[in-house]
Design a protein around this ligand. Structure first.
Ligand code: DX5
Ligand code: ZN
Length: 218
């Protein structure tokens, strides 16, 4: 279904080669590029920060979709906006003031994303619909690529799709997306699929064709 966007996560790319990896996945059909920022505090893993985002920005023509797994998050929003993020996604669980956080993201001119961990209810999202451009349903516990899809989240996607109605809000799925799990969430109403290991497996900057095959298989 080509109305569904595929957003490869560079968490599964060669960290010594981000610029070339971003160019390769775009040439192979990526719709967006998903950038996972981890702080070793909100999640048990560390990746990189705004300086890296700024460095890769010129290598991305499409949407740079920045997923902040960071707490506290408010002190860093401006830096990621200045680094060129088109979408900045913060977690519902990253602090008590998600409403303020989403306002702060919008104030930079970036699109505002709201991510929900697998254990978080969709109920609160109802109060935030006027402030979000994207809701990211985590279908793994954030922190690592290559984990197994959590099937209980499909129902959450369905509920969210009903809540959103005809508002122009994306539903993004992040974690364990494969050719087997993608149809489940698309049927439930998702329109942006993040995929790390399923896109990058078997390919490299020198041999990028598997990236395209993998993207088309999702
Ligand atoms: C998980 C990250 C995801 C991750 C997805 O914390 O937010 O974006 O890279 O990786 P896969 O597709 O391998 O589950
Ligand atoms: Zn992510």
């Amino acid at each position: 279904d080509r109305s569904v966007k595929i957003a490869p996560s560079i968490l599964s790319a060669d960290f010594a080669n981000f610029g070339a990896e971003c160019e390769a996945i775009e040439a192979q059909g990526a719709d967006w590029v998903h950038v996972d920022v981890m702080d070793g505090h909100f999640v048990p893993n560390i990746t990189f920060g705004p300086a890296t985002c700024k460095a890769i920005r010129p290598h991305i023509k499409t949407v740079m979709d920045v997923h902040l797994m960071v707490a506290p998050v408010d002190p860093y929003i401006e830096a990621f906006a200045e680094a060129g993020a088109d979408v900045i996604t913060a977690h519902m669980e990253a602090g008590p003031h998600i409403h303020r956080t989403l306002q702060a993201i919008r104030a930079t001119g970036a699109k505002a994303g709201l991510a929900l961990n697998p254990g978080t209810s969709v109920g609160n999202v109802g109060y935030l619909l006027d402030l979000v451009d994207l809701v990211c349903v985590m279908t793994v516990n954030p922190g690592f690529g290559g984990q197994k899809f959590i099937h209980s989240q499909v129902e959450k996607v369905r509920t969210l799709r009903k809540m959103i109605g005809d508002r122009p809000i994306h539903i993004e799925i992040d974690g364990g997306v494969t050719p087997e799990t993608a149809p489940l969430v698309v049927e439930a109403g998702a329109d942006v699929l993040v995929a790390g290991s399923a896109v990058f497996k078997g390919g490299s900057v020198e041999n990028p064709d598997p990236y395209g095959q993998n993207i088309r298989a999702i």
